[in-house]
Structure formats: C-alpha cells, structure tokens
Design a protein around this ligand. Sequence first.
Ligand code: DON
Length: 307
Amino acid sequence: MRSPIPDYLAEALSHVVSNTSGAPAGYIPELATADPRCLAAVFATVDGEVYGAGDVDAPFTIQSISKPFVYALALADRGFDAVLDKVGVEPSGEAFNEISLEDGTGRPLNPMINAGAITAHSLTGAEGIDPAGRMARVVGGLSAFAGRRLETDESVWASEMEHAHRNLAIGHMLRSHDILTDDPHTVVEGYIRQCSLLVSARDLAVMAATLANGGVNPCSGERVVLAPVVRQVLSVMSTCGMYDAAGDWATQVGIPAKSGVAGGLIGALPGQIGIATFSPRLDPHGNSVRGVSLFERFSSDMGLHLM
Ligand code: DON
C-alpha cells in the first residue's frame, strides 16, 4: 500500500468517524456483536495496485456482497438463458428480504434480493451437482475473485440458520413454483453459508477490481469469468445492488455497487478501480451509513459518477 492515496483515504475516514448513526444488523444475533467502531476504505486498481486506510484486514462476513459474484458463477456455469429463465433483472424497489416474485411464474425479480440470490446459488455448478459440490464451486469461485482461499465463519452461519425462518419461507415459495428444484432447506443452508464467508475490505476491493477488470483478477492474473458475464453482473448491480435505496445511490454516487449487512460495501468502475468500505453501522435499508457517505465523497472528489 503506497502514499499519497492512503493519506487521502485516511482523511476521508476521519470525516465520517464522528457519524455514529445506525447500528450493526440485529436480526442475525452474531452480527449484533460487531465492533461498531471498525472502519476501512480500500482502492484496488485494474493494474493490481491496492491502497487502503483503517481496518483494511479486519475480518467480517461477506453477506449480500456474495450475491453478484455467485450470480456471475451461475451465468458462467449454466449460461444466460438458463439463469434468466429462473431469475429476472428488474429492480424490486423493495427490501432485500421481501418475497418479490414475478406474478404467475414465481421468478424472483433480480439476483440481488434474497429470493433471487437463493435461486442463483442453486444454479451454480453443473446441473445435477450435489450440495457439497455446489458449495465447493461457490467457495472456490469467490476465492478466485478474492485471490485467496476464503473460509466460513461457522458461528455467524449457525446464528443466521437459527433465525432463518424468512429465507426458509422464501425457499419453500421458490420450490412451490419449481424455480428451485432441489430441497429448499439445503439450498438455503448453502446460501447462508455463502453469506458467512469471511472477507476483509482489502479482499472486497480486489473482488470488485476483478469485476472492473472484465473478469480477470488484477492481482493474481487469473481469469475468473468472461467479460459478457461481468457486463451482466455490473448492469444488475447498478439497478438493483442497493435495494430500495438504488435510486438515491444511482443519482448521488452513480457506480455499480453492492452492500452487505455485516457492513461491507463495494463499487466497481469498469476499466478503473474496485472500491470497498467497511463500517458495521447500518441505515434502515441495510446499507452501511459511513460506507454510503464515503462513496458519496469518493464519487464527488474524483468525478466517478458514470452518468
Ligand atoms: O440473507 C440474509 O438476510 C443475509 N445473509 C444477507 C443480507 C444482506 O446482506 C443484505 N444486504 N445489505
């Protein structure tokens, strides 16, 4: 990590540190114990340079930030037609855990909400793969995006499973429409395991930079997915990545993004950089308060808004 960008990032962090509004997610008990003071920002360029400030290596669970990457794996493994058949690409304008299924077909509106992400999880790996093989594909794929082997936080996984009634209900709804064809409990278990992978802000910036770099990890040099897959993923991130705050985000920040309830937030600027922030205090949409504020600042300081 080199200067002067870290100085800029440290200064940006110092501006948001006094904002103590919002709170760590409470509906997953293990997440409620997160240290609300944690704060980090990292830039990873498509040339493989990584710059950061704050708690750049503090571990936290990836949560919903896994969704665009698992969607990418599903598109790569099953092809666009098979995935679009089961998951749409329309913003729901609703909370991440709403049911949001298309009338008639039961197809989830998009892969960034839980219903669509549970479905995308079920579409990773070759058709007919068993749950262990599917999980290995998901962990291996996300690890390739990060450029290092990612591990599960078993206590966050167990804590979310104990309270997963809503995701299980969504899983059963999807099964009733034949959108899921496997046992819904097993698929939801796998989806929650995917959300429980431990990452740092540094990992997330490299993952976002892999999207910005057309599917090639700029640090490891590995091609993880093909460019058309990345285009599809970034398009859906720009319209659906911030849930019912997607419009505010599009106007004020203007870059494809995804948030997670553990406090992570990523943005990817095609051909330029991946950005990640970490701060566990969340707003009512489930997005990191300080993360949103940092991204607003980065976008305006550096003219990152794509429109
Ligand atoms: O399924 C859930 O509710 C969590 N595992 C993930 C939700 C999430 O991160 C929403 N994003 N802000």
